[in-house]
Design a protein around this ligand. Structure first.
Ligand code: SF4
Length: 392
C-alpha cells in the first residue's frame, strides 16, 4: 500500500444557531449546557486515542475544527481542545490549525483569543455577498459582518483566511455571482472555496423545490458560474488547485491536501470520519449516543472497514484526480489493478481524463462529471475483481 503523506486531526463541532435550508450535516441547535457536555466527551475521546498512540510519535501537520459552526463554542473552549490535541499528538512547528467560523458568531476579542491560542487560519462561511440570496436559503448573517470579521481577523494576526462561497443559489444571477466574487476578491483572502449548491435529501430546500416555491438549481447556469469564478479569480492571481478550491501562491490548504493525497486523518466528534493506515471508520451521528459512549470510556466508533488494496488505490485515484496537478497512477497503487488502469485509459479517450507527463487529471469537461468518474472507476474495479478466476 502506498505511504501516507501526512497526518491530521479533524474535530466536528455539531452545533449551529439555526439550520440553513440546504444543509444536511449532522448538527444540533446550540445550547450552552449541551456544548459543555460535548466538550467533556471530546476531551475524553482525545485522551482515549492518545492512549492508543494511534499516530506513533509523528506530530500533526494540520488540525481542522469544522461542523456545524465551531465558533458556537467560546474561544476559551476551542483553545482548551486545541491545547489537549497538542498535548496528545504534538504539532509540527508549521502546523496549519483552522477554525471554521460564521462571521456572526465571532468578535474581535474572540478572534484575538483564538490567534493567541495558536490557531493559524480562519475559514469564514460567507456563501454570498448578496443579502437576498442569503435570506432565500435561510442563511443567518449579512455580507457586512463578513467584511468586518475579515478585517477583525487580520487585526487579530491571522494572515491565512479562507472564504466559502456558493453558486446556484435561488435567484442568483450571473451578474450577482460576479459581484459577490469581486467583493470577495477586494477582501484579499488567501484561499477561496466555491461550491455549487446541491439539493440534499430531507432538507428544507428540497421540500421547497418539490412544492415549487423555490426553483431547482440550473446546472447550465451553475457551470457558467464555475467558469466565471475561474476567470475572475485567475485575474486576481488565485490558482484553482482543486475542483472547488482556489488559493494564492503558497496557501493551498494542508488539511484539504491531506484528504486528496491519501494522508491519515483522525476525526473526532459525532459523525466525524477517519482514515488511518488504510482503515476507514466513523463515529455515531448522534450527540446523546456520542456522549453515552464516552461516559463509559468507549470510543464512539460505529462503522469501520479495512480497505482492500484495490479499494484503497481506487479512493486515492478518485481524490487525486480532483487536484489540478493530478496524480500518478503509481502513487495511488492503481497500476496493480488492470481494471482500474484500463478504465483510466478509456476515460482519457473520452476526454474526461488527460495525461500531463506522468500525471493524470480531470479535463475541463471531466470536472463536470467528477462524481460520475468516481462511480465509474469503482464499478470497473469491482467488475474486474469479480471476473478474476478463483484460485484454491
Ligand atoms: S452554518 Fe453551515 S453547518 Fe450550520 S446549518 Fe448552515 S450550512 Fe449547515
Amino acid at each position: 500500500m502506498p505511504q501516507a503523506t501526512g497526518r491530521g486531526l479533524y474535530i466536528h463541532v455539531p452545533f449551529c444557531h439555526q439550520r440553513c435550508h440546504f444543509c444536511a450535516f449532522y448538527l444540533e441547535i446550540h445550547h450552552a449546557r449541551a456544548a459543555e457536555e460535548f466538550l467533556g466527551s471530546l476531551l475524553t475521546e482525545l485522551r482515549l486515542y492518545g492512549e492508543q498512540r494511534l499516530f506513533g510519535s509523528e506530530p500533526l501537520q494540520s488540525v481542522y475544527f469544522g461542523g456545524g459552526t465551531p465558533t458556537t463554542l467560546s474561544a476559551p473552549q476551542l483553545a482548551t481542545v486545541l491545547s489537549a490535541a497538542r498535548e496528545t499528538f504534538g504539532l509540527q512547528d508549521e502546523a496549519e490549525i483552522t477554525v471554521e467560523a460564521h462571521p456572526g458568531s465571532v468578535t474581535q476579542d474572540s478572534l484575538s483569543h483564538l490567534r493567541n491560542a495558536g490557531f493559524t487560519r480562519v475559514s469564514f462561511g460567507a456563501e454570498s455577498m448578496n443579502q437576498l440570496e442569503l435570506d432565500r436559503v435561510g442563511r443567518p448573517g449579512n455580507p457586512m459582518s463578513t467584511v468586518q470579521m475579515v478585517t477583525a481577523a487580520r487585526t487579530a494576526g491571522f494572515t491565512d483566511l479562507n472564504l466559502d462561497l456558493m453558486h446556484g443559489l435561488p435567484g442568483q444571477t450571473i451578474d450577482s455571482w460576479a459581484a459577490s466574487l469581486r467583493q470577495i476578491v477586494e477582501l484579499a483572502p488567501t484561499h477561496l472555496s466555491c461550491y455549487a449548491l446541491t439539493v440534499e435529501e430531507g432538507t428544507a430546500l428540497q421540500t421547497a423545490i418539490r412544492r415549487g416555491t423555490v426553483p431547482a438549481p440550473d446546472e447550465t447556469l451553475q457551470n457558467e458560474m464555475e467558469d466565471l469564478a475561474e476567470d475572475i479569480l485567475g485575474e486576481a492571481d488565485f490558482t484553482r488547485y482543486e475542483i472547488s478550491n482556489y488559493c494564492r501562491p503558497g496557501f493551498a490548504s494542508r488539511h484539504n491536501r491531506l484528504h486528496w493525497t491519501g494522508g491519515d486523518y483522525l476525526g473526532l466528534g459525532p459523525s466525524a470520519q477517519s482514515y488511518v493506515a488504510g482503515r476507514r471508520f466513523g463515529n455515531v451521528s448522534d450527540l446523546s449516543a456520542y456522549n453515552a459512549f464516552l461516559r463509559t470510556g468507549t470510543l464512539p466508533v460505529t462503522e469501520s472497514e479495512q480497505l482492500s488494496a484495490a479499494d484503497d488505490a481506487c479512493e486515492r485515484l478518485v481524490f487525486g484526480l480532483r487536484l489540478t496537478e493530478g496524480i500518478t497512477l503509481e502513487e495511488t497503487g492503481a497500476l496493480a489493478f488492470s481494471g482500474l488502469a484500463g478504465k483510466v485509459d478509456e476515460l482519457i479517450g473520452d476526454d474526461i481524463l488527460e495525461r500531463r507527463g506522468e500525471r493524470v487529471r480531470l479535463t475541463a469537461r471531466g470536472r463536470r462529471y467528477a462524481d460520475t468518474v468516481a462511480v465509474t472507476l469503482l464499478a470497473s474495479l469491482e467488475s474486474s475483481l469479480s471476473s478474476l478466476p478463483l484460485t484454491s
